[in-house]
Structure formats: C-alpha cells, structure tokens
Design a protein around this ligand. Structure first.
Ligand SMILES: [Zn+2]
Length: 535
C-alpha cells in the first residue's frame, strides 16, 4: 500500500469516526430531551383557528403537544414540539402565515432551572420513608413546596389513617392499569345524613402543582387536628395552639374526601426523567399501546386522557380518536380502570355528594358545567355561578391572583368526556368545578411552576375552596336547624284532637296506617304520627 493510499484510508476512518461520535452525541441529547421547544402561535383568522383546532384533535404528541387548546381568533396557543419536528413545524406555521414566536427555546433547560432544585430525588424519598417509619406520635406532615413520589404519598396517607383513625380513613378508589392503588383520605365522622365533598387532583400526570395543592389540603387538615390530638395527649393546654375553628366546623358538619393523585401511573412516569420533557410533560394514563390509521400512517401509542374518558358526550368535541394524541379519549367511555373505578366511587355517594372539585393546571380558571357546547347549563346554573364568582373573589383576596369563571367554551375551550360534567349530569351535584391553577393563560412557563409559587398557589386555592365548603356546611347546618325547629313545632302541636283515639286503635290496630291522613289530623299522638304533622 502506498503512503498516499494509507493517508486516504486514515482520512476516511477519521470521517467515519467523527460521524459516529456526532450521531452518539445527538442521539444521547435527543434521549435526554434536549431541544424541545414551545411555540406561541396566534391564529388571526377563522380559517387559521379551525386549522389549529383540527391539528389539536389529530396531531401526535411529539409533533404538536398543545399546552393550550385553540379557542378564539387572536387568542394565543402554546404548543410543545419535539426536537425532531421543530423545523417542520416552523415551516408549517410559515407556510400558513401564522404569527408566532418561540416562547421556550429549550424546555429541558427551563425544567432544570425551575424544578431542578426541587427535592424530587429518590434519596429524599428514602429519607422521608425512614422518617415516616420512625415518627412517633402524629408528626407525619409532609414538608410542602416539594414534590414526592407516589409511594411516599401513599405511605403518608396510610400513616395518617393509622395514626388518626378518628379523623381520617384511608379509602381505596380502585387499581390502575399498572397495578397501583388509587388512594385517598376521608375526613369527618360519617353519618348517613351528612353531605359529602370530594376533591381530587392529578388526573393529568404532568400537572404537578395540582397534586401538590391537594396534598397541601390534606396537610392543612391533619396539621390542625394533630395539634389538637397532641395537646390532648400531652395536656399542653397552656400556650398550646388552638385548632382552626373553620376546619373543625367542616369536620363536624361534612364528610370530606381528598384523592391527591387520580392517575398515579402517569404521575410516576413523569418522574422517571424529570428534566426530559418527553417524560415530564406526559398527560395521559399508561394504558397499553393502541393503534389508529390517520390517513398517512398507522400510529400506535400508549395512554388515554382519563379526563376525556368519562361518559359525558363521549368523543364529541375537544377529544381525539387517535391514540398518539394527548387528548385521546380511549376506545369507549369508561374503558379505563382508573376512570371507571372513580365514577363508581363517586356514584356510590349519589344523593349525598354536594360538591365535587377537580384540580388541574394551568390557566387560573374556575370552570363549571357544561363544557361541550356554549350556553348549555344545568337548571341550577345561577347558584353554581354565584358560588364560583364568590370563590374566585375570595381566592384573589389573598395575593391578588386573577381567576376567571365560566363554562369551558365560555372561558377556555369546548371539551367532552370530563369528570365534572359527567358528575354534574349523572349525579346531579350542586357544585361541580374544574379548577385550573396557576400560572395564568398568558404566562409562557405553563406546567413548570416556580418552586416559590407552590405554597401560595395551594393557599389561595384553599381560600377559594373554603367558599364551596362553607356553602355546603352552612346549608346543611341551616337545614338541620330548620329540621330541629320543625320537630319542636310538631312536638308542640302533637296531640289527639278527639278523645276516642285509644279506643279506635285498640279495636282496629291498622287504623293509623289505613286512614293515615285523617288520623294525623285527629289522633296524631296516639298513632305516633307527630313527625308527619304539616307545619
Ligand atoms: Zn388537566
């Protein structure tokens, strides 16, 4: 071999090596989730809006993951795009004349910056588990402003139920597709006449702020009650912290369920690689792959959007039939074990369930029914709206955070198959609300909330939620008062109008039942019908 040939081969080898190294670097950075971008698009014509809605309902998650659904002309839409599709997406926007900007240049960098310092690592989980195990008494409160794994949250719920059996009971809503138990707590002594309020979060996996908020609510209740218990046990009456009368009032008068993570499989998936948008921004459940032909190719993906899987106008609007879409509604209503079990749980409370609140993020909205079509309301809309307006006002009083209230299509977009609409229609719940937490619609960091906003978000949301809890509590109390007043009046009025009552009853023992209305009038006392006297 000549020297020139040798040099030539060496050069070829070097080129091949460089290409391989470059490929490894690129593939690795793609795997880590570098290069995800969020586009802020402004549809300025009706045609552009319709085109965006079509994309929203058909696009694969990687090609266009809508953080916001398109709703109105000149309303911005935030769309996350995977690195391998950003160039193509930009060309598409330019070809159709959209006004747009790249709101987030590299989402992974933002995730590291905003959430990197939040304690979410498994070592922290291990410490926490150890602490939970070694804790004596009732100290098992979670440090707020952090995110925890589902196993930590589950253990925490179990520990609360074990340590405070008079205050909290563990409830098992059902089992997920990957075999996790959906757990929650039930607060307040249950009696059949009490009204029930259910609060949940985390039906959408990536909405961590919602899960944190629900956990904060649990912490709030147990902090209050555990202080009281500790005081009772240690006789620390002097200088002891008094219980919060508001929380005590709720526990005395209503039954409150809190389920902090409805979609634990999805939530755990978002934690597998917290700085990789492909994992962290997962929204759906983790049901097995399903496939559909979209006119170009047969695409197969995992997961169902559980908040499109409820049996309310299933698949009609704001939902997708393509499994690779973020808003895939599943093969049929309640096809998923999570939504099916949850609907059965809610249905088991029918007649007593007065308020149902589901926490989501983001946009700062207080949404009520119905959301599938504009100007479609339940008959009690005035009451629903009145309480929502009051809640939003109360929420804003804390830090000035501005919320809007209305039905889906009035303030965000139309969608069907959601849990609150199903609950409203099927279970006739008076107050059925979807709350979209911080940040606001116009903020560009969306699901990635600053750590220092977590506690304020939870606090102000609690302030809004207490408006609903107060309504339910006060209405129940006033109906109780009314009942006891009525029963007092009835007792006063209760007497026999005629003197032959005892004789009639003796000679015909069924007379009170057979001639009830006459006997209420004439022999209420002898027939023991005082409770039926009209007042
Ligand atoms: Zn959501």
């Amino acid at each position: 071999m000549t020297t020139s040939m040798l040099l030539f081969f060496q050069m070829i080898l070097r080129v091949i090596l460089t290409v391989i190294l470059l490929c490894i670097a690129t593939c690795h950075s793609l795997e880590k989730g570098d290069g995800f971008q969020v586009f802020r698009v402004l549809p300025t014509t009706n045609q552009q809006l319709l085109q965006m809605i079509r994309l929203f309902e058909t696009a694969d998650t990687d090609r266009a993951d809508f953080w916001h659904a398109p709703s109105v002309v000149n309303g911005t839409v935030d769309i996350m795009v995977a690195p391998e599709h950003t160039g193509q997406f930009q060309k598409y926007l330019e070809k159709h004349g959209y006004t747009y900007q790249i709101a987030i240049q590299d989402l992974r960098t933002l995730l590291i910056e905003k959430e990197g310092n939040i304690s979410t690592h498994s070592t922290d989980d291990a410490f926490f588990m150890k602490r939970l195990h070694d804790d004596v008494g009732f100290h098992s409160r979670l440090r707020m402003g952090e995110y925890y794994s589902y196993s930590v949250l589950s253990t925490w719920l179990q520990r609360i139920a074990e340590n405070m059996p008079d205050i909290a009971k563990l409830i098992k809503v059902g089992t997920t597709i990957e075999g996790r138990e959906i757990l929650g707590l039930k607060f307040g002594k249950d009696t059949p006449d009490k009204k029930v309020v259910v609060i949940d979060a985390g039906i959408h996996a990536r909405e961590w702020a919602a899960i944190h908020t629900a956990s904060y609510f649990i912490n709030l209740v147990i902090f209050d009650q555990s202080s009281l218990l500790e005081n009772k046990i240690n006789f620390q009456i002097v200088n002891s912290r008094e219980g919060d009368p508001q929380i005590q009032n709720y526990l005395d008068n209503i039954v409150l369920y809190i389920i902090p993570v409805l979609n634990p499989d999805g939530y755990e998936y978002t934690r597998t690689d917290k700085t990789n948008p492909r994992a962290r921004m997962w929204r759906k459940s983790r049901s097995p792959k399903a496939c559909a032909f979209d006119g170009v190719r047969n695409s197969c993906c995992m997961g169902v959007d559980l908040n499109r899987n409820f049996d309310f106008r299933f698949s009609e609007i704001g939902a997708s039939r393509y499994p690779c879409s973020e808003i895939y509604h599943g093969p049929s209503a309640f096809s998923e074990p999570e939504s099916k079990a949850y609907s059965q749980f809610l249905a088991s409370l029918k007649g007593r369930l007065e308020a149902y609140i589901t926490l989501h993020s983001y946009s700062q909205l207080w949404i009520y029914s119905y959301s599938h079509r504009k100007f479609t309301y339940a008959p009690d809309i005035d009451e629903t709206r009145r309480v929502a307006a009051k809640a939003v006002q109360e929420l804003g009083r804390m830090y000035g955070t501005k919320y809007r209230h209305g039905t889906g299509p009035e303030i965000i977009y139309a969608f069907s198959g959601g849990s609150t609409d199903w609950a409203k229609e099927t279970l006739k719940i008076k107050y059925s609300y979807t709350i979209e937490l911080r940040p606001g619609y116009e903020e560009w960091n969306g699901f990635v909330l600053d750590k220092n906003q977590l506690i304020p978000t939870a606090k102000e949301t609690w302030a809004g939620v207490t408006v609903v809890l107060d309504e339910v509590t006060n209405q129940w109390k006033s109906s109780k008062n009314r009942e006891s007043e009525l029963s007092r009046i009835r007792q006063e009025k209760c007497s026999d109008r005629l003197s032959g009552c005892a004789y009639w009853l003796q000679s015909s023992p069924n007379i009170c039942r057979i001639s009830q209305s006459t006997m209420i009038r004439d022999c209420a006392k002898t027939c023991d019908l005082c409770h039926m006297i009209a007042v």
